[in-house]
Design a protein around this ligand. Structure first.
Ligand code: LLP
Length: 428
């Protein structure tokens, strides 16, 4: 794994910083991101698209990691942002992404969110239904504007990913069926508040086996572009979505070059501007979650390693039964004998389990462990369940690190709450 190295004395390192040092200074649990890995991955995706001769822009899916420092670093590498809420739009702007680099996706944008996006004059809003097209047109017209928008098409291809993260099937809530797209696009062209610029598609996340489903989707989109143009409609851009998977365990996802090839095959000769909305592929492998063992509990049949990170921090194992690599941090632990262990958090749910029966060394109290490939959908899916403050976030570059988000304080956890006035006088 590119971000990690093993030092025989200092133990596990992210770049040239030992995780033990970060734990000493910042405490645990803590998210640790490698700036160099983020940069390298952004560049290799950009290079693969350029080498395929595609005129493409990349819009980082901020839902995967909305840390301002991460979004800003990727912006420095030429990436825009894909946002799905007012909060993400504001975060992208606060991170320095210009409005002209921002795409707004999502199946339920509120009128307030539409107004903000139009006032900021962002690059494009992705429309998910006829109803939403009408709503956006009305909002834009009331502001004396025309909204640049793309129609999200559901190509009905099976991305063969986890049921909870597949999106390109007719049974999913996303986009409009491809058969209905021509009529809706024509209608959008006729609406006074819309300026339709093209199509968008996103078939699912963690597409883990090659790029065949991408190929199928882009072929269908290419056909649709021809059909729309034949009907006299402008189609300037195709937003090809995100979804490129990463090897958490033994998956064999497509490479950026293969993805670029699939785009070129389906859409390459149409002269459309290509957009991509990747999240996980860019930031997943660039981050780890660092935790400390609280206690090792030997039960009748199992060994439980109870750590100070929990499902409220890294939700993916509990929610999707996702597999994350787990490594001890100390150098000595790397040579110690292994035996099966369940690694669990302290939250009062059986689903607060990171793994079962994983071969690990003895992990006495206070030893450190890391959960790998936690840079995407890690911190961004955290909650404060069990009144556990949000973990700190750290960025490493070379032999230095910096805290990019303070650990949430206990005071902040109860801030904004109040006890109701006893006499009901202050109640509305
Ligand atoms: N574009 C759209 C419209 C999306 O819905 C998504 C992800 C992306 C782009 C970025 O997909 P990516 O390149 O990261 O695969 N929480 C889940 C993943 C949910 C993905 C939702 N949409 C997980 O932890 O696996």
């Amino acid at each position: 794994r590119p971000a990690l190295a093993m030092d025989p004395i200092a133990g596990l390192m992210v770049e040239e910083v030992s995780l033990a040092r970060i734990a000493d200074v910042v405490g645990t649990p803590t998210w640790v991101y490698s700036a160099t890995t983020l940069r390298r991955r952004a560049r290799s995706l950009r290079d693969a698209l350029a080498e395929a001769g595609l005129d493409a822009s990349i819009h980082f899916a901020t839902k995967s990691n909305p840390a301002l420092a991460v979004v800003n670093l990727l912006h420095q590498e030429g990436l825009g942002a894909d946002v799905v809420s007012e909060g993400e739009l504001r975060a992208a702007r606060a991170a320095g992404v210009p409005a002209s680099g921002i795409v707004f996706s999502g199946v339920g944008k509120t009128e307030r969110e539409m107004r903000l996006a139009l006032a900021e004059d962002i690059l494009q809003l992705n429309i998910e239904s006829a109803e939403e097209a009408e709503m956006l047109s009305a909002v834009a017209a009331s502001m004396g504007k025309r909204a640049r928008c793309a129609l999200r098409v559901n190509p009905d291809v099976d991305a063969k990913t986890h049921a909870k993260i597949t999106t390109g099937l007719t049974e999913n809530k996303f986009g409009v069926p491809i058969a209905m797209a021509p009529a809706l696009y024509a209608k959008m062209c006729a609406l006074p508040g819309l300026d339709p610029v093209g199509l968008t598609v996103h078939i699912g996340s963690q597409i883990a086996q090659g790029v065949a489903s991408y190929r199928a989707a882009y072929q269908r989109l290419g056909q649709l572009v021809r059909e729309l143009r034949a009907a006299g409609h402008p189609v300037l851009r195709v937003d090809c979505g995100g979804g490129l998977g990463i090897p958490y365990r033994d998956e064999t996802p497509g490479t950026p070059a293969a993805l670029a090839g699939a785009i070129k095959a389906g859409l390459g000769d149409l002269g459309v501007k290509i957009m991509l909305e990747p999240g996980r592929w860019i930031c997943g492998p660039a981050g780890v979650l660092l935790a400390r063992v609280i206690v090792e509990k030997q039960a009748t049949t199992r060994r439980f390693v109870i750590v100070d990170a929990a499902m409220n921090d890294l939700l993916r194992p509990a929610m999707y039964e996702a597999w994350h690599g787990i490594l001890p941090v100390s150098a000595a632990a790397f040579h110690a004998p292994l035996s099966p262990a369940d690694v669990v958090g302290p939250v009062c749910e059986s689903s607060d389990t990171f793994t079962k029966g994983r071969d690990l060394p003895a992990l006495p109290p206070n030893s450190l462990v890391t959960f790998l490939d936690a840079g995407a959908y890690g911190a961004s899916m955290s909650s404060t369940y069990n009144a556990r403050p949000l973990a700190a976030e750290v960025m490493v570059e070379g032999n230095r690190f910096t805290v990019i988000r303070d650990r949430q304080s206990h005071a902040a956890l109860i801030e904004g709450q109040r006890l109701p006035p006893a006499d009901h006088a202050g109640w509305a």
